[in-house]
Design a protein. Structure first.
Length: 416
């Protein structure tokens, strides 16, 4: 009941004030109307026809209001211009200077060296291998069979592979002599370096012009991204690069390669989805020769469902490239995903049996504790690791350096 009374009072109050406002507006309107009527009559006296006098009076009022607004805006603008043009106070001799507040410049971290980036990329493998290895060796008083057995287990869990691990352990047992547990670490490091060094040398792009790099690998290993990063890096080195979108099985592969081509500012030769990969290879080779390119990188379909189909497709691509560019392809690069561990080694064997693979690009090495895969591939298949992916950045696909790899893996703290 109380709320109802309050609401009634509020309603009555608002109604009363609304009526007063309406009356006031009516009075103002009536007053303005009377003034306009008097002005219209005066205009009739001055000779303005009666039918136009009211319209002219309205126009005169509009012009008057407009003129007042223009004058007000002009005064405001002049005041602002004077304020902007007024000289700033000059400090006189003897007057203390007001110190200007200077914002501190942000401290930029120095760019990481290549060795530091490699060490960051191998951090997970280092923790998996060297963390356990150092714990094992620091707590041992002598080198015995138990210690060597535990060392062998550590290497296998880091995906060095059974065969490679046995080869490393045989060398360690043969050379250990009277070594202390801590000396076993250095001995193992040198044996790993020896296995990686035997695999081969880096790619020499100056052997042929244009140099043809054929890239193979199953879907999902980062093949197209690897090609894009290689194109960018070679373009930065001043080389003229042409890309061939030979993976016509997936439309997304050609689209992704085209995007990388725009980023790297290189030519991309592509056909429609489902086209013959050999036809793409033919056009890409023709374009590379016509443009006097230094390097042709050709993508291929990532299919391994039957080795027979893959072999026939690769034979045709080899024939087409060889007819247009002598001895092409000059390098067949197999891209492997390091995070797949032993499965990557199986893929490498299958491709080596089917295609003439001459080098490996090992991607996603920074996302796994299975960096020993690089050693297993080099030792078991005799294939050189040409490139390693140690990060997601465009500069993080690096030419493989066996010494730097081993130093970063064992974290010796030396700058390469």
């Amino acid at each position: 009941m109380e709320w109802a009374k309050i609401m009634d009072q509020v309603y009555a109050f608002l109604t009363q004030w609304w009526q007063k406002l309406v009356i006031l507006l009516q009075q103002i309107g009536n007053g303005l109307g009377q003034q306009l009527t008097q002005l219209a009559r005066q205009l009739e006296v001055w000779g303005v026809p009666a039918q136009y006098s009211l319209m002219v009076s309205y126009g005169a009022v509009y012009l008057l209001v407009t003129l007042v607004m223009v004058l007000v805006l002009w005064r405001l603008l002049r005041r602002r211009l004077r304020r902007a043009a007024s000289p700033r106070p000059v400090a006189h001799p003897g007057m203390p200077e007001v110190p200007q507040r200077q914002e501190p410049e942000p401290v930029k971290a120095p760019p990481l060296t290549l060795y530091e980036r490699m060490r960051q990329g191998l951090a997970k493998t280092h923790d998996a291998v060297l963390g356990r290895l150092d714990s094992l060796l620091s707590g041992a008083s002598a080198v015995d069979d138990d210690l060597l057995d535990e060392l062998e287990e550590i290497l296998i869990t880091a995906d060095f592979g059974v065969k490679t691990t046995q080869e490393l352990m045989a060398a360690v047992r043969q050379k250990q002599g009277s070594s202390s547990p801590l000396q076993i670490r250095d001995l193992l490091k040198e044996e790993i370096f020896s296995l990686l060094s035997l695999a081969g040398e880096s790619v020499d792009l100056h052997r042929h012009c244009p140099f043809v790099l054929l890239v193979v690998g199953v879907n999902g290993v980062g093949k197209t991204t690897t090609i894009g990063k290689l194109a960018h890096q070679f373009k930065q080195q001043g080389k003229k690069v042409v890309l061939g979108a030979g993976d016509t099985f997936r439309a997304a592969a050609a689209d992704q390669l085209a995007i990388w081509g725009e980023r790297a500012d290189v030519t991309v030769i592509r056909h429609d989805e489902g086209a013959d990969p050999a036809a793409v290879a033919f056009d890409a080779a023709k374009a590379a020769v016509a443009r006097k390119a230094d390097l042709l990188i050709l993508d291929t379909a990532g299919r391994l469902h039957t080795k027979v189909n893959l072999m026939e497709e690769m034979k045709k691509i080899h024939r087409v490239l060889g007819r247009e560019i002598p001895h092409a392809p000059h390098e067949t690069l197999l891209v492997l995903d390091a995070t797949t561990g032993q499965n990557a080694l199986v893929q490498a064997r299958l491709f080596q049996e089917t295609v003439q693979v001459s080098g490996i690009a090992l991607t996603k090495l920074d996302g796994t504790a299975k960096g020993g895969m690089a050693v297993a591939i080099a030792a078991e298949l005799g294939l050189p690791v040409r490139y390693v992916g140690i990060g997601e950045g465009i500069e993080d696909l690096r030419p493989f350096d066996a010494r730097m790899f081993v130093d970063a893996l064992f974290d010796v703290g030396e700058d390469s």
